[in-house]
Design a protein around this ligand. Sequence first.
Ligand code: ADP
Ligand code: MG
Length: 696
Amino acid sequence: MAQVSDIYGSMVFNEHTMQERLPSATYKSLLKTITEGKPLDIEVANVVAHAMKEWAIEKGATHFTHWFQPLSGVTSEKHDGFLDPTGDGRAIMSFSGKELIQGEPDASSFPSGGLRATFEARGYTAWDPTSYAFIKDEVLCIPTAFCSYTGEALDKKTPLLRSMNAIEEQTNRVLALFGEPRQRVVATVGSEQEFFLIPEKEYERREDLVLTGRTLFGYAPCKGQELEEHYFGAIRPTVNEFMKELDDELWALGVPARTKHNEVAPAQHELAPIFANANRAIDENLLTMEKMQLLASHYNLVCLLHEKPFEGINGSGKHNNWSISAGKKNLLDPGESPMDNLRFLVFLTSVIQAVDEYQELLRMSVASAGNDHRLGANEAPPAIISIFLGDELGAIVDALITGTDYTNAERVALDLGVAVLPNFLKDNTDRNRTSPFAFTGNKFEFRMPGSHVNLSDANMILNTAVAKSLKEFADAMDGSSGEEFEAKAIAYIKKTLSDHQRIVFNGNGYSEEWPVEAQRRGLANHKTTADALPCFIEQKSIDLFAEFDILSETEVHSRYEVKLEKYNKLINIEARVMKRMARRTYLPAINRYASEVAASVVAFKEAVVGAETGAQEELLADLLGGIKEINVQLKALDDACATVEALEDELAKAKYNAHELLPIMEGLRAAVDAMEIITDRNHWPVPSYNNMLFYV
Ligand code: ADP
Ligand code: MG
């Protein structure tokens, strides 16, 4: 049997393979491009392309594709064959440097938010050598950025890469103040991916799941997650085999995944990879999602990545663990020496400032129709952004702000610059699961992202906002050094922490008091995508993106429009599916059952003089009442859909959808669900929650 170490990364053109396959001069200049962002010249690209092609063909690849992330958030690819007919009836396998570094997909079918008139259909993809090429299903996939010919980014990767540059630049300025040489700095990301696995045969009979990814109807199962029985020790063989194949496939692709089986909801699972630089980590996560969905079918299962496939059951998130790494150092690790501690406090303060300043943008970055069902429900973090620091670090920050000594029973008083920070790193047992943005020892965990999201937006904003805080810090230090720098830095930290204290909250984010308290503190609370999106195009955001060359004003607007339109389209589809299912699936079934009950009343009375049919008549009345209510709700939904249709403005549509139409959809659902529990299961036309969740 093959060893894991042989399989691992075997389908990836990684540094190891490059070194093995490239002439050393080529390898060196490619490495310069990867680590220093030096442009790649065409001679080098030709050599790399040739080596890559030979390697890919040996591994069975026949095609290549530029693999990219259009604004719709899922990945896209257009396959081209290596086969190149020579004109004399033969063919050679070819792939040039030019084909490696630039491609030209038909851009017209991807959303661009009006950036590129469809008739132009011109855009190009450009190789991102900082993420490795890999082979998937006999196709050599080359991770690329996607831009229009006028230079605007049409994808999610380009601004992320720009934000990686910004954070590298500003971090180096700060590290220089600590006397450190210029070095490679990257934001690191580890994403914990949650998902559901349900039987394919049930899935296929749920039009709502198939068409919208979530159940639009369905009465809560008899047994939810109250018993908190995890899948530990009771993984069903099929699920187990799926997990094994998934791990194997991901390992071959160099994704350091480890499936876990400990989610709270029935049929829910989690996969956590080992973290990597944000760019690579996001590519890996997108690959992971694709593989999960594909492989599930081998086991007659369906993998659901929707943020809330089942009402009343925990939704799925994707925790974004984030830090900054410089060389081998994790800059959010408190370290042991006083200078390490000071550096840690500078970076910690910068993150706190960034998250407070740009809380609305962060919330916006994870806003979607699906995630709206999750944020704020009693399971996921609320829609309000706040930071959890934990008791000890929280107390240190308080002490810094108030200028008091930090004392801890067993440890010395903290006097910055002299004493060493207490070693709270190992003491992260009381992690607050309700916090949307939690410090977990040596990284922050952003818990708002939904399971289906492309994490590029969230990390692009996080990187940029932190780069801005770091820039302000470096500017304020004004090149000072030694003791002068230390004194200035400590004063700066104190001031900044007290300015942004409101964002720190160590309490229970699910409590009823928190939204009230948050409002008093002036924190934003955007419960729906419609309310969360507009901050994207505010001047403050446009200025931030412009300052670091992340997105131009036009690019910001186009992205905002794509997000708005997507939200409106999804809700429109959901409403249509609901109406159709109610009219063509549920109502006929309930009617049939009601007729059967009516017939039984007549039959009983005929059979037995004076037969007692009160119970049957009551049931019949409930069924008829239910049918009437469903019709009332359907009419209301028809009217609401017509109202949205008539609105011109996308934002007005979104607001109407969020605040008027969705509640009506919930009303219709409630009316149908009320019938589900009184209708004979043999008459119920679709699989129930029980059927879907407990029989994998
Ligand atoms: P949990 O208890 O939430 O499962 P883990 O310690 O297992 O926490 O880590 C969760 C994720 O955080 C993993 O994907 C891990 O690789 C990632 N992670 C750990 N350190 C860092 C870091 N410095 N930067 C980014 N992600 C990290
Ligand atoms: Mg986690």
